[in-house]
Design a protein around this ligand. Structure first.
Ligand code: ADP
Ligand code: MG
Length: 654
């Protein structure tokens, strides 16, 4: 039975400028059970022929039937499957994977096998025993002699029960003793029914073959049968051979391979993980700071209530031309009572006179914010005294020197936030004040410490401390059922009227709606998060490009490995997936570490800067998703490069 039928096979290599014809019409038939030795001078085309026979390379023209299947028209993936199913290879350089043990090396072709049949492959341990390596199963190639390595390679070639074994100078790198051992093994394999085609330049080895083919300059010059071929009954060919492009079950192996290669290249893996880690950590912490700030702003603004208006003096001039009155509308304390009396939509109103104050107590000196406020402030801003009491209207009218302190101020002056300062005398801008209460704790709101302030009656602040006749602004709370914009108009008109300004001069009063302020603030916060997020995104991008670089290095370093994997039956998709998964693996590892680091960083930021930060579940998922996608995107290109490598060129690479 014919296992190989070559008809007029020609092969021409196309170099850049010239064509190199190597095989000039080879016609050759090999029967089952033969042991063919191909001899010839160096450069006569032996390897080229063997590579074509082994489906590693395609002929330029001619017909090639392998076990009755015309293979010259097969595509790369079909050839890979055929190699895996029917062919075994033994190379001069052994081509074992250095990161794998002997057992794993022998098992490697099974990964790429799509045969579902039972007994489709041999037991790797049994094969290693067969080649006399039962003691060396878990050794790596570097711990073995050349002869032992070649025996592992033979065991690997046998794993899928091949029809034919191709050996290109299998003893070329071995000493005489190992040569003898290897050739004996091959002889025994032939005796057990495997067809063997061996290239050699050692004439004494032809004694083991049943047939010797001599080549010279790309043609066969002699073909001698020296012994009868093994008599082989029916062989286990799959007449209706069909290759499966892809199977899910291989994914487990892809993962295993990726994991191996990562562990095998610790330094490189660590560096690429570091790149992604930095990107993800910054993404997480930036988002945490951003969302934290946003939340703080929203909380703070929401606490103000949406039925609040803030009134402040507007611009009195428009476009550089003086309005009729010429003067700015300046708010005075009388406006407060007047508005409350005349605009019935108002439920509460507080004026503000603000400034900085130097406060001295307990031998300490501290600078803080001072707010002179009206009585309604306590309810408007939910600032009833946490301990002690709020001031009274009488104290305001009489400009009494009473003050309420924020927690931070208490802590700064007495070194103890829980100190009870009520009844103490303090100096504020050199004036004696008595502390009557402590303000409720509000916490920090993103950037500002809300407890770092003191408040006192509006009149006291204006006339005794700041020294002004005017108030800065007013907060007005509108009754539940009243219309906000209507109330705003009424307030404006009333102020213009009492200040004797023309009714059309509405620009003189600035009325801001808290809902609007809320909206603007959260818009700002969103923009801020977006900005931070995009900075982080860029660093992730840089990390991804780092991954891509390292993957390219990895591909070119492992070209030979890729060649070998293809030779034993890996198809393009197998190699593509192996490298993509490796890249995703690195990125996800970096992602997980980055998420942990990023969370830690945001905790540290919130501790040091006093900012509220919050790591949300969605940002964790986002970061993880991004790192996986980074791995995928930046891994595809190098992986594709790897998958498209020509097996024979890849094998020749060093
Ligand atoms: P052998 O194995 O008999 O020593 P080869 O089959 O390796 O010879 O090579 C035969 C000829 O083909 C040599 O002249 C070699 O230079 C040429 N050759 C082999 N591979 C290539 C290639 N990829 N590109 C161009 N020329 C090649
Ligand atoms: Mg050669």
């Amino acid at each position: 039975m014919k296992v190989i039928e070559l008809k007029n096979i020609k092969k021409t290599y196309h170099l850049e400028k010239l064509d190199v014809p190597v095989l000039h019409g080879i016609t050759l038939t090999i029967e089952h059970g033969e042991f063919v030795a191909i001899m010839g001078h160096s450069g006569s085309g032996k390897s080229t022929l063997l590579n074509i026979l082994g489906l590693l390379d395609k002929p330029s023209s001619g017909s090639f039937k392998l076990a009755g299947i015309e293979v010259s028209k097969y595509c790369d993936n079909e050839l890979a499957a055929l190699r895996n199913r029917y062919l075994g290879f033994i190379f001069q350089q052994f081509n074992l994977l250095s990161k794998l043990t002997a057992l794993e090396n022998v098992h490697l072709p099974v990964i790429y096998s799509s045969s579902k049949k039972e007994n489709a492959s041999e037991d790797p341990a049994k094969l290693l025993k067969l080649v006399g390596l039962s003691e060396r199963m878990t050794h790596r190639p570097s711990e073995m002699s050349g002869g032992q390595q070649q025996r592992v390679a033979i065991a690997r070639s046998l794993i899928n029960k091949p029809l034919i074994i191709f050996a290109d100078e299998p003893t070329g790198n071995l000493d005489t003793k190992s040569t003898k051992e290897i050739i004996d093994i091959l002889k025994n394999l032939n005796a057990s029914g495997i067809t063997i085609v061996m290239v050699t330049h050692e004439p004494e080895l032809t004694a083991y073959a049943t047939r010797t083919v001599q080549m010279q300059d790309g043609v066969i010059i002699s073909d001698v049968k020296t012994a009868p071929a093994q008599n082989i009954k029916k062989q286990n060919t799959d007449e209706n051979f069909k290759h499966k492009a892809f199977s899910l079950s291989r994914f487990k192996d892809y993962f295993l391979q990726a994991q191996r290669s990562l562990i095998g290249n610790k330094m490189r893996s660590a560096l690429s993980i570091l790149g992604v880690m930095i990107g993800v950590a910054s993404l997480i912490s930036m988002l945490a700071v951003g969302t934290g700030a946003q939340k703080a702003i929203e909380d703070q603004v929401a606490g103000l209530g949406s039925n609040l208006l803030t009134i402040s003096p507007g611009a009195s001039q428009r476009g550089g031309i003086s309005s009729e009155s010429g003067a700015r509308l300046r708010l005075i304390p009388e406006d407060i009572a007047d508005l409350k009396k005349n605009v019935r939509e108002i439920s509460k109103i507080s004026g503000y006179a603000s400034g900085r104050a130097q406060i001295v107590a307990n031998g300490k000196n501290y600078n803080t914010r001072l707010d002179g406020v009206s009585l309604d402030y306590a309810e408007l801003r939910t600032s009833q005294a946490a301990s002690g009491r709020f001031f009274t209207e009488e104290e305001n009218i009489q400009r009494q020197r009473v003050v309420l302190l924020g927690k931070t101020v208490v802590k700064q002056l007495w070194d103890d936030a829980n100190f009870n300062p009520i009844g103490e005398f303090v100096k504020i801008n050199r004036i004696d004040f008595q502390v009557i209460g402590v303000l409720p704790e509000k916490g920090s709101s993103g950037w500002r410490d809300e407890d770092d302030k003191i408040i006192m009656p509006l009149n006291t602040a204006m006339y005794r401390v700041i020294g002004t006749k005017y108030i800065n602004s007013m907060d007005v709370q509108i009754k539940e059922d009243a219309d906000m914009s209507e109330a705003a108009d009424k307030i404006t008109q009333r102020l213009l009227f009492t200040h004797r300004m023309p009714a059309k001069n509405t620009d003189a009063v600035r009325v801001r709606n808290m809902a609007e302020i809320q909206e603007t603030m959260s818009q700002m916060a969103k923009a801020f998060s977006l900005l931070l997020g995009s900075i982080a995104f860029i660093s992730l991008l840089v990390g991804g490009i780092g991954i891509m670089n390292i993957m390219f290095v990895s591909v070119s370093e492992r070209t030979k490995e890729i060649g070998l994997r293809k030779a034993i039956g890996a198809n393009n998709a197998d190699i593509l997936f192996q490298f993509i998964i490796e890249s995703i693996f690195v990125c996800c590892a970096g992602g997980i570490i980055g998420i942990i680091c990023g969370s830690l960083i945001s905790i540290i930021i919130s501790k040091i800067a006093g900012w509220t930060t919050s790591v949300t579940l969605s940002s964790v998922f986002l970061a993880f998703g991004f790192s996986a996608i980074t791995g995928l995107l930046f891994g595809v290109w190098p992986a594709r490069k790897a998958s498209l490598l020509n097996p024979i060129e890849a094998l020749r690479h060093d």
